[in-house]
Design a protein around this ligand. Structure first.
Ligand code: C5P
Length: 410
């Protein structure tokens, strides 16, 4: 079933662009429901959105007598809540938990990811109150498509113009972990804060051959590593992705080095590590490999082969992260992962130290968690901080990891 985007429209002249946003989201295969503030209805009639969406348009808290708790049903239906355009007033209200109309009450009640596209006069945008509110919301994990600079309807020139509709659509798809537009999800990213930096990412599982047809491996899908590579690239970095065997399309603009085994992954990383400013080791490298890899197929019916199969001798694989990070220089930031079934934070803290990492992304695995999924719930652990993040798309998590890395580097 199509995901539902709840589109919140607030009272500013850019409200007329919301009609294009509705069409763009629909073209991407999404269902759109609209909630407007009373002020927004002065700029565009709700009928416009009702005609486009074929759904009732919600405005007043008490408008729908058949649904006395309309804000809850709207909030529960949303897979993502996009507010575009969003005024300084509504940003302020959401930042401070004020719920005095249907849109802001729904925002408070909504547990789906929230994406805000601000639009306002440049002085309102630059006002300390607005900037503080934006920072507060960002620190809570709210996603933004930042306002553009340019000529504003009020006659001023400066920052405050609603971001391009395409950018808003792409950001919504990113938030939903979808790429139905066929574009790179990260096209939505307006940050270029990794420009000039080299990022190395490892991704996916490794396959350790037993014979010509068998290997040892694990459940890693590579989605987290590919999301990291895509996010870094979207933020302006030059990215090398050393990838184990996965069935994913690499993000465009990323240099991909395909490898199969842990030893090949180490060799590839050794080539690129010294020039990396940031290295993120998200690959699930097999901890061990068969001591002997037979070039032919071992046959169960042949006694000697059956014995070789039942007694595969394993030798440990090198720990790529620990090996490379042991010799990192102070300009480099190294991120590792700790996928654990228990004692998550203790293990993460231990790995931070023994693997010489600057950040460990700790997440629980097993029982349907993390592997192969589009979302992940993680805690970012550094020597001085621990950030527990909510469950979010792997693309979002990738951006939060780079936010954290930049915070450490600054
Ligand atoms: O020890 P563990 O496998 O749980 O550590 C996970 C972290 O170490 C991940 O960042 C993973 O990419 C990295 N790792 C590695 N080489 C290995 C094993 C793990 O780089 N052989």
């Amino acid at each position: 079933m199509a995901s539902t985007v709840l589109l919140g429209i607030t009272g500013c002249i850019a409200a007329y662009k919301a009609a294009e946003i509705v069409r763009g989201l629909q073209k991407a295969g999404l269902r759109v429901k609209v909630v407007m503030t009373e002020h927004a209805t002065h700029f565009v009639d709700p009928l416009t959105f009702r005609s486009l969406t074929h759904e009732p348009v919600a405005v007043g808290l008490f408008d729908d007598p058949s649904d006395p708790i309309h804000h809850i049903s709207l909030a529960d239906e949303a897979d993502a809540f996009l507010i575009a355009p969003c005024t300084a007033n509504v940003i302020a209200k959401i930042a401070h938990g004020i719920a005095d109309d249907l849109l802001t009450t729904t925002a408070l009640a909504c547990t789906a990811p929230l994406l805000i596209a601000p639009a306002m006069n440049v002085h309102m945008y630059e006002a300390s109150a607005t900037q503080d509110n934006l920072s507060l919301l960002k620190s809570r994990g709210v996603a933004f498509v930042d306002a553009d600079e340019g000529y504003l309807a009020c006659g001023y020139t400066g920052k405050g113009r609603l971001a391009a509709v395409d950018e808003i659509i792409a950001a919504t798809l990113t938030l939903l972990g979808e790429s139905r537009s066929g574009n790179n999800d990260n096209d939505a990213c307006s940050l270029r804060d990794l420009t000039g930096l080299s990022v190395l990412v490892t991704a996916g599982p490794t396959q350790e051959p037993i014979d010509a047809v068998r290997f040892l491996s694990n459940y890693s899908s590579g989605k987290m590593g590919y999301a990291l590579a895509g996010a870094a690239c979207a933020r302006g970095a030059s990215v090398t992705l050393v990838s184990g065997p996965v069935s994913l399309t690499p993000p465009s603009g990323v240099d991909v080095v395909p490898v199969q085994t842990g030893m090949e992954m180490l060799e590839a990383c050794q080539k690129f590590f010294s020039r990396a400013d940031i290295a993120v080791f998200s690959a699930a490298v097999a901890d061990a490999r068969p001591a002997v890899a037979f070039e032919r197929k071992l046959k169960k019916g042949v006694a000697e082969d059956a014995a070789a199969l039942s007694e595969i001798k394993l030798v440990p694989n090198p720990d790529i992260l620990a090996t490379l990070a042991a010799n990192k220089d102070p300009r480099q930031t190294v991120v590792g992962f700790a996928a654990e079934t228990d004692d998550l934070l203790d293990n993460a803290r231990r790995k931070l130290q023994c693997k010489h990492a600057d950040v460990i992304v700790a997440n629980l695995v097993g029982a349907g968690k993390a592997f192969g999924k589009d979302t992940n719930q993680a805690t970012l652990v550094s020597a001085t901080e621990e950030h527990i993040l909510p469950d979010m798309s792997k693309v979002q998590l990738a951006h939060r990891i780079f936010d954290f890395v930049l915070q450490i580097r600054n």
